[in-house]
Design a protein around this ligand. Structure first.
Ligand SMILES: C[S@@+](CC[C@H](N)C(=O)[O-])C[C@H]1O[C@@H](n2cnc3c(N)ncnc32)[C@H](O)[C@@H]1O
Length: 221
């Protein structure tokens, strides 16, 4: 590929991180995601007592619906209005709309603004330019005392080698996020967990970077 074409392709790939690109992806009729809850969410949250939850980058709402079915009151947040509309429709169809609400917000700039949740979670939200640390810091601010923060994303892997540099660069290891975690948190899980996934019809082995932390509760410390 010529230098110019390469730059052009990289520019297009970088644009895929932004809201207009997600709006377009969610504008059709076909679901993009399976609707099944994410594996690390099920594994880490099944044992928690349900309360209030915030799922940032909720997409079509698969995790929101699973959480609502477990008894959580869930706010699904995403910067795509089309994604949120799909998620709301899916929650309605699943009969959990009364346990879900929706918030259109960019994870890179959102402020908890006095809201707090017993669980704040995000799966496979990959802001470019290493901004996941800042996103982690913002998400942590929204966690109530005694509550949990669960951040999951793709670990870099040779499976993703053909992706654009900006996409590969947006992947992270769980330990990369630790600088975004305030002192008031105890780290419970920081690891890359193996998982198989189907990509373009092929089953591949990948790792989910998984950070789980609990905010200390001053009443009990
Ligand atoms: C790969 S999808 C994952 C959806 C869902 N969490 C799941 O695991 O099925 C990433 C989602 O994050 C949203 N997203 C990406 N960047 C975002 C940002 N900066 N702020 C809010 N949402 C964002 C996209 O609109 C998309 O719905």
């Amino acid at each position: 590929m010529s230098g110019h074409r390469h730059q052009h392709a990289e520019h297009d790939a970088a644009a895929m991180f932004e809201a207009p690109s997600w709006e377009e992806r969610y504008s059709g009729h076909e679901s993009i995601w399976s609707g099944n809850p994410n594996a690390q969410l099920v594994s880490e949250v099944s044992g928690l007592t349900p309360g209030t939850a915030l799922d940032v980058g909720c997409g079509e709402g698969g995790d929101v619906i699973w959480l609502a079915r477990q008894g959580w009151r869930v706010t699904g947040a995403d910067f795509s209005a089309n994604g949120l509309a799909r998620a709301a429709r899916h929650a309605e169809e699943a009969g959990v709309a009364d346990r879900a609400e929706w918030w259109q917000v960019d994870a890179r700039t959102f402020a908890a603004g006095g809201r707090s949740y017993d669980l704040v979670t995000t799966h496979f939200l990959h802001p470019p330019d290493g901004r996941m640390v800042e996103v982690t810091r913002r998400l942590a601010e929204a966690v109530a005392p005694g509550g949990h923060l669960l951040v999951v994303g793709h670990a870099p892997s040779e499976v993703f080698e053909e992706l654009a540099a900006s996409h590969r660069g947006a992947m992270f290891l769980a330990e990369d996020l630790l600088p975004g975690l305030p002192d008031a948190f105890d780290v419970l899980v920081v690891e890359q967990r193996p998982r198989t996934m189907t990509r373009e019809g092929v089953t591949v082995d990948v790792h989910d970077s998984t950070l789980l932390a609990r905010r200390t509760d001053p009443r009990w410390s």
